[in-house]
Design a protein around this ligand. Structure first.
Ligand code: TXA
Ligand code: MG
Length: 336
């Protein structure tokens, strides 16, 4: 074990916090079986106590240590997609502290695919509770530098393991298997692993959550948001909005998928026009634009079908509540 890894394991054993890379986003980890350590995650993030965190496990870890029941669907999905960007919600075992599940009777389990995460989890030996390593509601970090941006000032994070930029770039797909008998498999959060890929393994498409589905903070209407307002528009509407706001001298940041006239804009970035490439670059792009000094981040709406589900979900939440701002700026232009 190298020195960094040994230090990270020691910090976890002593109840401290370690930020570490996964293939999706960076996590802020603590010993899942140490309620005081888990409480430190909540404090660091400024996250409400009733929001559950995902427990990260090394490959081969026993699910029945964490879950009261492991349905065959869970075993099959774990075999098909772990290590990988899939989180399974199962009934929580009585030995698992309340703190990791925000008082709910379920637990979220995931085996991440990043080699550094696997090395950490294997060396630590237990479960590591880890939400994304960002302040509550803010954009998830996809590089170690992003984690430092979020937490350096408050000194609550014992160590940040640097594993480069996260390959997937948006958070794991979450499937709730805790109420299979009554509700079937439920998709709590879309991600890189699609509902179709899940259906190919368990023979059933996960359905959208009903009102009684377990709560997930990533499913709040507003989440994953930069400080600068974000508005998402389809290309035709976007071109018109840009022309009008540009004429009004507004400081605009644009995230688009290529072939757009970016002249006169405060900042612009082209992202790949494919779901995987777009997802990989999205959060870093939102952060860059947030720092650009623009007063509005305009995003070209990606397609809504197929593999674009996860990206659309994140953009919708990042943009939640901002539509009035676009109207306000357009009307200020008319009035002025
Ligand atoms: O890709 C990911 O999942 C990343 C990396 C670090 O693994 N983690 C992540 O954690 O996105 P977080 O806490 O930012 O989002 C986890 C989501 C939250 O919306 C939480 O409410 C939900 O998972 N969740 C966790 N345990 C749950 C449970 N027992 N029941 C329902 N939702 C749960
Ligand atoms: Mg998060």
């Amino acid at each position: 074990m190298n020195d960094d890894l040994a230090r990270a394991v020691a910090i976890l054993q002593q109840g401290g916090l370690v930020a570490f890379p996964t293939e999706t986003v960076y996590g802020l980890g603590a010993n899942a079986e140490d309620p005081a350590a888990v409480a430190r995650i909540y404090a660091a993030k400024g996250r409400p106590q009733d929001h559950p965190v995902i427990v990260h496990l090394a490959p081969g870890a026993a699910l029945d240590y964490w879950a009261a029941a492991v349905p065959p669907e869970a075993t099959a999905l774990a075999a098909a997609f772990w290590p990988g960007p899939l989180t399974l919600i199962l009934k929580r075992h009585a030995r698992i502290p309340d703190a990791v599940s925000g008082g709910q009777d379920t637990v979220g389990l995931r085996c991440p695919a990043h080699p550094l995460a696997i090395a950490l989890l294997t060396a630590f030996g237990g479960g590591v509770a880890a939400p994304s390593a960002n302040k509550f509601g803010h954009v998830s970090p996809t590089t170690a530098a992003h984690v430092h941006e979020e937490f350096d000032a408050d000194g609550t994070v014992g160590m940040v393991l640097d594993g480069g930029s996260c390959a997937v770039g948006i958070e794991s797909t979450i499937v709730d298997l805790s109420r299979l008998d009554t509700h079937g498999p439920v998709l709590l959060r879309p991600g890189h692993i699609s509902p179709q890929a899940i259906a190919a393994v368990i023979g059933q498409l996960p359905v959208a959550p009903d009102a009684a589905a377990p709560r997930a903070s990533g499913t709040l209407a507003s989440h994953y948001a930069p400080h600068t307002p974000v508005a998402m528009q389809p290309r035709a509407q976007l071109v018109e909005t840009l022309a009008r706001l540009r004429a009004a001298g507004r400081r605009l940041a644009l995230i688009h998928m290529g072939d757009m006239d970016a002249s006169g804009l405060h900042a612009s970035l082209a992202l790949p026009a494919r779901p995987d490439g777009f997802a990989h670059a999205l959060y870093a792009a939102l952060r860059t634009m947030d720092h650009s000094g623009a007063e509005l981040i305009l995003v070209e709406a990606p397609p809504t079908d197929g593999d674009w589900l996860g990206v659309n979900d994140r953009l919708r939440r990042a943009a939640h509540g901002s539509s009035g701002i676009v109207h306000g700026l357009l009307n200020a232009h008319v009035a002025g």
